[in-house]
Structures are given as C-alpha cells and as structure tokens.
Design a protein. Structure first.
Length: 151
C-alpha cells in the first residue's frame, strides 16, 4: 500500500491521495500501529490545509476519531471531538453520507458511555431524510441503532 501510495502523484491522481492515506491509516491501526495511523491522518489533514482539497476532510476526521478510540479506549474526549468535527464539516459541505457515517461512529461512542439520549439526538438528525437502500449499509446500521435507542 505504501509503494502504491507513493506513485499516485506521479500518475496525476493527487486528488485521490486523501482517500488512499485514510485507507492506509486504517490498515495501520488494524495492525496495531495506531500511532502510525494517527500520524498519517494528521499529515493528510495538514496536506488538506495546504492544498485546500477538502472533499474527503470529514472522513479523515471520522477515521481519526475511530483510531483514537483504538489507541486509548479510556480517553474518549479526543475521539468525540474528531467525530464532532467530522459531522460539522460534512454538514457544511452538505455531504450527507459522510455526516451519517460520522454520526453513527459518535452514536456508538455515546452508547458505550451510557449516553443514549446523546446517541439518539446525533443519529436522528443524521438519518432524517435518507431513503432505504442496500447500497449504504451504514444507513441500515444507523436505523437499527436508532430504533434500539428510541424511548
């Protein structure tokens, strides 16, 4: 993956770099290298600032939040902040699918912390207006969790 990532700019596909960097960061974190994954995401976010190619910014923050939870499950504050940032960015970009994915991650964090009301609030807003589809499994997962959270 690292070698492939290195040749992306040579092929003129620089706009795809954030997605590839995120995939590699997730792979590193899955292999237990959470520090490497977090560094990779922070570098990718710095690059977004420099290039202003922000199309994948919300996803980078969502993935960062999930890796932070793997890195230190007891310290949820930084992960919560990253996920809230992902939601805010997705909302500002009107990127509903990215918003839903980040809201689902945040709702799971809240649910694990026995904050069901917060989980319901963040998820209900994100799910609103989506039509059912099998092509977006996160929607089904979000609707299932939302139903479980309903008072």
């Amino acid at each position: 993956m690292r070698r492939s990532l290195a040749i992306v700019p040579e092929r003129g596909q620089v706009w795809l770099l954030p997605r590839f960097e995120a995939a590699l960061a997730e792979a590193e974190a899955s292999a237990g290298e959470t520090d490497a994954g977090l560094r990779r995401l922070d570098d990718a976010l710095d690059e977004l600032e420099r290039t202003e190619q922000r199309w994948y910014e919300a996803e980078l923050y969502r993935i960062r939040g999930e890796i932070l939870l793997k890195h230190d499950p007891a310290d949820t504050a930084a992960a919560e902040q990253s996920l809230q940032t992902a939601i805010a960015i997705a909302q500002s970009q009107q990127a509903r699918s990215f918003e839903l994915r980040a809201a689902l991650s945040l709702a799971k964090l809240y649910r694990a912390a026995n904050r069901d009301a917060d989980a319901h609030a963040v998820l209900a807003l994100a799910v609103e207006g989506f039509s059912p589809t099998r092509q977006f499994p996160e929607l089904t997962e979000a609707q299932t969790l939302l139903a479980a959270l309903n008072p």
